[in-house]
Design a protein around this ligand. Structure first.
Ligand code: M6R
Length: 365
């Protein structure tokens, strides 16, 4: 049932090129246009929406962070992304002019479901991005957008995340098209980028041996720090969550520019730092941050775009990701981060598919 793989997690990591294709192909027609039958929101409704909430937990929340960036940029409406267990108990500004997007692989997470119910009670429209057909969240939302990743068995979420990213990009593009807030150039840039992802993910999976080498350097660490800026910080958070939940190493993701406001005090000789440096306009700033941690003795594994080979002068080890627009980098960056988490956990002898204290679906609040 594991299809020849040692663990479900590894199998699911390898299923990502197909999962991404399956998310995209029913929604992109032969004329290369996005057509989402799943979401019936009209222009009138969208024009009324003055605030969007993206609510989720764990990995799904990390995917939601990209939704916020894309919707704010292309749909031109403010978006609040929050974890469900915080959102519920804070001040909420929800009425019939609010759109809520809940993201949940299982469609059963208690806090996310409660957020959905709260939003509906107050008259908001709710779109669910979920992987499980017929799940509670799918039944209660106004619109359901399935990620079509196929069953995800391992507790550590992998293919759900990449397909959630792709789904949120599609939803943002659809909303922007209906509202008329996106240029043709941006639209085709993102769509072409989406169409290339599946092959690019495949090419990254072929770098598995390189990631294994990197895992050997860090698997004995007590603490590992992940740094990035902008979208790269969001994927850094996902990478840190993945590694901590299956290897039990303390991992923390930091916005790279925030390091010097405290966390850099923890960097000592040999402390591993995973630096994600794939946002073009933030690249130089990231290189400076890498130098800062190197000067304190960090062992740096960097993720960078092909073409930025000069990073080898600063980082100890570099994994390159292929050419991709900045908005879609997370789909690629997360692949080596997932593999790194997986191999570190295997090297430490951990129960990769069933980490201690965790459940696949969290149905308690
Ligand atoms: O089923 P959901 O997407 O609602 O689950 C949310 C989180 O519990 C889940 O992503 C969790 O963080 C994973 N174990 C992360 O790998």
């Amino acid at each position: 049932e594991k299809g020849g793989y040692d663990h479900f997690m590894l199998k699911e990591i390898y299923e990502q090129p197909k999962a991404i294709r399956d998310t995209l192909s029913p929604r992109v027609n032969n004329e290369n246009e996005i057509r989402l039958d799943d979401i019936s929101i009209t222009k009138e409704e969208l024009d009324r929406i003055n605030r969007v909430y993206i609510i989720a937990c764990g990995t799904a929340y990390h995917a939601g962070l990209l939704g916020k960036i894309l919707i704010e940029k292309y749909v031109n409406v403010p978006v609040i992304a929050d974890v469900a267990s915080e959102f519920r108990y804070g001040n909420t500004f929800i009425d019939e002019n609010t759109l809520m997007i809940v993201v949940s692989q299982s469609g059963e997470t208690a806090d996310t479901l409660a957020a959905l119910r709260l939003a509906k009670e107050k008259g908001a429209r709710v779109i669910a991005v979920t992987n499980v057909v017929g799940s509670t969240i799918s039944r209660e939302a106004d619109d359901v957008f399935y990620t079509w990743a196929g069953p995800e068995i391992a507790v550590a979420s992998t293919k759900a995340y990449t397909t959630q990213l792709v789904s949120l990009a599609l939803i943002a593009m659809q909303m922007a098209t209906i509202k008329g807030t996106i240029t043709e150039e941006d639209y085709s840039g993102i769509l072409n980028g989406l169409n290339k992802l599946s092959k690019q993910v495949k090419s990254l999976l072929e770098k598995e041996d390189l990631v294994k080498e990197a895992a050997k350097e860090i698997y004995n660490a007590e603490h590992i720090f992940y740094i990035g800026r902008g979208i790269d910080y969001d994927v850094a958070r996902e990478g840190a969550l993945k590694l901590k939940e299956i290897s039990y190493i303390h991992c923390e993701a930091m916005p790279a520019g925030e390091l010097k406001h405290g966390t850099i005090a923890l960097i000592e000789e040999g402390t591993p730092v995973i630096a994600v440096a794939t946002q073009e306009h933030l690249y130089e700033k990231m290189v400076s941050n890498i130098k800062e941690v190197k000067a304190r003795g960090a062992y740096v594994i960097a993720l960078a775009k092909e073409g930025n080979e000069d990073i080898e002068e600063t980082a100890d080890s570099v994994i390159y990701i292929p050419e991709v627009i900045d908005e879609l980098t997370s789909v690629l960056n997360v692949i080596p981060l997932q593999l790194l988490a997986y191999y570190v956990a295997v090297m430490r002898g951990c129960d990769v598919d069933k980490p201690r204290n965790l459940a696949k679906s969290v149905t308690v609040e």
